[in-house]
Design a protein around this ligand. Structure first.
Ligand code: AMP
Length: 509
């Protein structure tokens, strides 16, 4: 038996001279070097006592070495556990205690704070890896002999655990197998037309499924190369476009690119594809980007637990606001949230998915896992959506964001789309806040355009003829920006906390 994932994304017959990782500081790694380095990382892990099935946790800055650590862990048969660089030591303590890794790799700058946390949580070994590729782990790598073959791993064996962002309750570790990751990269390859000629601008973090799996596994599988940027910088991305073909981003990448005067047809001439996901892309952003560059952004939908589920087409209409069609091999249906009964075309319900992309469960949470799968194997995503008569999937927000006011369901997305269409509005977030009569009441948090002369009253006025009474916001709050996490998701839990008493306050007009 081979190593299911590695044998396909880094096959033995790949031309070793082909460029793989191109760094901004001029460093380049060919496929041959990526193979050699990832083997040496695997050897170092083995020499440090990491065995098949062990977890290797890492909270490290983005670097080629961090990718070698991911690939080396998978080669060694370990389960890679990347952690958001924003997590505090107490959050890290929870993950280490829950996952019980054999090794924790930390940023050298945070070692002093994190070593005791790791020790308290029973982690035997803590090593370091810095953004510049130095640290105690690279020292072990330098001394390691890469002479052992890759650990034999089947499609069902785990390759990674990724903790969900956990906006409600405890963060859960999604167990992802070799088969989950490989099948998804294989589905995306024809869907997005990736070839060895592609050059991806990689400006996403690599502790999340988007930058680590969607971007990296697909580049490796297709033999393409990636321009590796430590973090998103709009001007740097535009500069890189001259030597690239594809950009994968979250919606904020695109709004920030649109703020750059340098974004135009000439700058994007060589690019063949702009992809967006992880959070909803405003239809307005889609249109503005098309107007400026001539490119229709391709929006797709996925989640940590399922990898990618749907995508707008490469050839055919990329519909703004929609997330396109289910990927090859992915079954997707819309069901009644309570009864689980499949709903007819066009009706709104919870999105459920089944396929080789779908994770096997939450780490050490068998009951939570059972409650989120249907008996026929469909995973209940918790996203609300519908499928239109042309087969396009539309997302209407997270189920838990649904507002129930006076017994009526209000889908925040519907109200947000109406508000966003009002001249002078950049974007909005609609939430439910406690209300003595209705249980919950609709509140809109709105970001106006800079310098726009628009008031709470103007928004209320514009919405009145367009929405049923119960859907109208009881209050509209103007803010400079919405709170977002690192993957550009609006943090509605923060908004709900901030504005839970707003109805008791006098409106400001
Ligand atoms: P994560 O597990 O952090 O990737 O978050 C997954 C969630 O992000 C999904 O369940 C959706 O709620 C949301 N999401 C991902 N892609 C999109 C998209 N294109 N449009 C709207 N929501 C999205």
């Amino acid at each position: 038996m081979t190593n299911h994932l590695i044998s396909r994304i880094l096959p033995a017959d790949r031309d070793p001279d082909r460029p793989c990782i191109i760094c901004q500081n001029g460093r380049r790694y060919s496929y041959g070097e990526v193979v050699r380095w990832s083997r040496r990382y695997a050897a170092a892990l083995r020499a440090a006592g990491v065995t098949v099935g062990d977890r290797v946790a890492a909270q490290v800055e983005k670097s080629p070495e961090a990718l070698f650590l991911y690939l080396g862990s998978v080669r060694a048969g370990a389960i890679f556990l990347p952690l958001n660089t924003a997590y505090t030591p107490s959050e890290i303590g929870y993950f280490l205690g829950d996952a019980e890794p054999a090794m924790f790799v930390a940023d050298p700058a945070k070692l002093e704070l994190l070593r005791p946390v790791a020790a308290q949580n029973g982690v035997g070994r803590t090593e370091t890896l810095g953004a510049d590729g130095s640290g105690s782990l690279p020292d072990l790598v330098a001394a390691a002999q890469a002479d052992a073959p890759d650990a034999a791993r089947s499609a069902d064996d785990l390759a990674a655990i990724l903790y969900t962002s956990g906006t409600t309750g405890r963060s859960k570790g999604a167990m992802l197998s070799h088969g989950n990751l490989l099948s998804n990269a294989e589905a995306l390859l024809p869907t997005w037309g990736f070839t060895g000629e592609d050059v991806l601008i990689h400006a996403l973090p690599i502790f999340h499924t988007h930058g680590l799996f969607v971007a990296t596994n697909l580049v490796l599988l297709s033999g393409a190369s990636m321009i590796f940027q430590p973090k998103f910088d709009a001007a740097g991305v535009i500069e890189a476009m001259a030597g690239a073909t594809v950009l994968m981003g979250v919606p904020t990448f695109y709004t920030r690119l649109l703020d750059q005067p340098g974004l135009d047809r000439a700058a994007t001439e060589r690019m063949r594809l702009f992809i967006s996901g992880s959070a909803p892309l405003l239809a307005e952003t889609h249109r503005a980007f098309a107007e400026r560059t001539g490119h229709a952004i391709l929006e797709r939908y996925g989640m940590t637990e399922t990898n990618m589920n749907t995508s707008n087409p490469l050839v055919g209409a990329r519909v703004p606001g929609s997330v396109g069609f289910p990927l090859p091999g992915v079954d997707l249906r819309i069901c009644d949230q309570d009864t689980g009964k499949e709903l007819p075309t066009g009706e709104i319900g919870v999105i459920e998915v089944r396929g080789p992309n779908v994770f096997s469960g939450y780490w050490r949470m068998p009951e939570k896992t059972r409650s989120e799968f249907r008996p026929d194997g469909f995973f209940i995503t918790g996203d609300l959506g519908r499928i239109d008569e042309h087969g396009y999937v539309w997302i209407l927000g997270r189920g838990k964001d649904l507002v129930i006011t006076g017994g009526y369901n209000v889908y925040p997305k519907e109200i947000e789309l109406e508000i966003d269409a009002i001249p002078g509005v950049v974007e909005s977030a609609v939430i439910g806040v406690p209300h003595p009569d209705f249980g919950e009441a609709v509140v809109a948090v709105v970001v106006p355009e800079r310098g726009a002369d628009i008031s709470e009253g103007d928004i209320a006025e514009a919405l009145r003829p367009r929405l049923a009474n119960y859907k109208l916001p009881k209050r509209v709050v103007m803010v400079d920006e919405l709170p977002r996490n690192t993957m550009a998701k609006v943090q509605k839990n923060i908004l709900r906390d901030s504005y839970r008493d707003i109805l008791a306050e006098a409106p400001t007009r």
